[in-house]
Design a protein around this ligand. Structure first.
Ligand code: NAD
Length: 342
């Protein structure tokens, strides 16, 4: 049986297929297609790119910048891409963010789709329509909203993923469970996610469904969608300063957010300990974080408005809360908290 999910966003339907990715014609029959991928994915899966024009960019986060956007546009011109061309991003969240961005600005918009190749992009980044590049070292400063038409999830790509990048994806997966549903968290809590075989259709389906339910309510990220940012305010600072993978930084950011929630009497310490027991298993990096110092850097966050920020606290599993906080107050609280990474 063909497994698929159709998600009806305001501006576009996104259809997610769970099947092997062998041929671009399965996504766009009779269409001029350009594939966009990064050097690592290209070198590992060269045969998948033989059938069409392919643009290859530097691997990972390094591809998310304006200079690369210009290079990609030049290549699209070379391949005579026009408004009928479809762009398919084949790669992790970085390639998806870049491909979506280029597809939304080139000739004011190309059709685009994704073949996510990392766990993080399968369970999170490939859906929701946020595109982004970094600018002046500020994460995701420049971007647009544009949903992909199709997403093809082929879990065999996970076989070649490094442990570091695989565990990074688990961070975003557990985040979605923490902010949406205790039952989903229970499942993840009782599954050995280090074993890649345990990442099955049901887990992916649930993650994509839960994320989409939030996105549908606030596609332009003006309110409720901020909840998906749980762990990201500090996560982005950690990612920049310690050069850690995105999902790993988000795990550390969530732990800090929960410590702040405890300090503000919103979260019970037992819940923190329960979540830590699960999240801690998937921490690849355990840096000694100076939380107080990090808190000075959150002023660069896109969610900042003058001297306040919409910060995401946790009350219970499944019950996050958006609170508009003064940066100074966050800084004061951070003076009081420590993070033991055992
Ligand atoms: N748009 C969104 O909604 C959204 C959501 C979450 C995260 N993101 C973004 O996603 C990015 C992180 O994505 P990521 O974790 O997928 O990392 P990534 O795309 O940076 O890739 C990490 C590494 O894995 C390699 N790789 C990719 N697929 C592989 C495979 N199958 N086998 C071996 N290596 C492979 C890449 O070449 C790279 O070196 C961040 O920039 C983050 O901001 C976007």
């Amino acid at each position: 049986m063909k497994r698929l999910i159709e998600i009806y966003f305001k501006s576009q339907k996104s259809t997610i297929f769970f099947e092997p990715f062998d041929d671009v014609a399965q996504i766009y029959p009779n269409t001029n297609v350009v594939l966009l991928t990064d050097e690592k994915v290209y070198s590992l899966y060269r045969n998948k790119f033989e059938q069409c024009n392919t643009v290859v960019v530097p691997e990972g986060e390094k591809c998310k910048n304006l200079e690369i956007v210009v290079n990609v546009i030049n290549q699209l011109l070379k391949y005579k891409a026009d408004r009928d061309t479809a762009l398919i991003g084949v790669g992790g969240g970085s390639v998806c963010d870049l491909a979506g961005f280029v597809a939304s600005v080139y000739m004011r918009g190309l059709r685009h789709s994704f073949v996510p190749t990392t766990l993080l992009s399968m369970v999170d980044a490939s859906i929701g329509g946020k595109t982004a590049i970094n600018f002046n070292k500020i994460k995701n400063l420049v971007g647009t909203f544009k949903h992909p038409e199709f997403v093809v999830i082929d879990i065999s790509f996970l076989d070649t993923l490094s442990d570091r990048d695989y565990l990074s994806g688990i961070g975003e997966l557990i985040k979605i469970a923490i902010i949406t549903d205790e039952k989903f968290f229970d499942v993840l809590e009782n599954t050995d996610l280090t074993d890649r075989k345990n990442i099955n259709y049901n887990i992916m389906f649930e993650s994509l469904r839960k994320k989409s339910e939030i996105v549908i309510r606030d596609e332009e990220d003006r309110g409720i969608r901020h909840l998906l940012n749980f762990g990201h305010t500090f996560g982005h600072v950690i990612e920049r300063q310690y050069q850690l993978p995105h999902g790993q930084s988000v795990i550390l950011g969530m732990l800090i957010a929960m410590k702040i929630s405890i300090e503000m009497n919103e979260l019970n310490e037992d819940v923190y300990n329960r979540i830590y027991k699960t999240l801690g298993k998937y921490l690849y990096y355990k840096p000694k974080l100076e939380i107080c110092k990090l808190s000075h850097e959150i002023s660069l966050d896109k969610k900042r408005r003058k001297n306040t920020i919409d910060y995401i606290l946790l009350k219970e599993i499944g019950f996050p809360k958006i609170v508009n906080m003064k940066l100074e107050d966050i800084h004061q609280i951070c003076n009081k908290i420590t993070l033991e990474l055992t």
